[in-house]
Design a protein around this ligand. Structure first.
Ligand SMILES: Cc1cc2nc3c(=O)[nH]c(=O)nc-3n(C[C@H](O)[C@H](O)[C@H](O)COP(=O)(O)O)c2cc1C
Length: 152
């Protein structure tokens, strides 16, 4: 099972999550979640692998709709020790001091509770002109598939 969680401000992360979910769902079991509707306990209880697609907004914050979940994770004390996860950040390097900080913060909060990051987060930069949804699909095909093939 693959659980895809999105946190979005202007919609890219949500579209990327559903686009990937639809494509992968043709060959395997995938569930797409609005991160803001999940508690840390929900995230910790998920089977299989988790993928977090998180935009940055408001000077490097996690998007508003997912802020309560993020804040709860940030306090620590939740059992995410069974969770292996991949991370994607959607950001823009014009925000030089807070580039992709939303994703970086979310990764730290997940790790604080014992979740294990697989590989390096993929950080998309809107300034390179590429479409974030296509870029996430390309990353998944070339990198994530290989990471998930590694025995854990
Ligand atoms: C008002 C605003 C603030 C932003 N702040 C940041 C930021 O601090 N750091 C960053 O890397 N990107 C920032 N971005 C860029 C977005 O994260 C990027 O465009 C991303 O693709 C948006 O994804 P979303 O549509 O899922 O929200 C900002 C964009 C806007 C419109």
């Amino acid at each position: 099972m693959l659980h895809i969680y999105y946190a979005t401000d202007t919609g890219n992360a949500e579209i990327a999550a559903h686009t990937l979910g639809q494509r992968l769902g043709e060959s395997s079991a995938v569930v797409v979640h609005d991160l803001g509707t999940r508690t840390p306990d929900d995230i910790g209880a998920a089977d299989g692998v988790s993928l977090f697609i998180c935009a940055s907004c408001d000077e490097g914050q996690v998007p508003e709709h997912a802020r309560d979940t993020f804040d709860a994770l940030s306090t620590g004390g939740h059992d995410l020790t069974g969770i292996h996860f991949l991370a994607v950040g959607l950001g823009d390097s014009v925000y030089r001091d807070t580039y992709n900080h939303g994703c970086r913060r979310l990764v730290s909060a997940l790790e604080l509770n014992g979740a294990r990051l697989l590989g390096e987060p993929y950080l998309h930069d809107a300034s390179d002109g590429s479409d974030p949804v296509t870029a996430v699909e390309d990353w998944y095909r070339t990198v994530a598939d290989a990471l998930l093939a590694v025995p854990r």
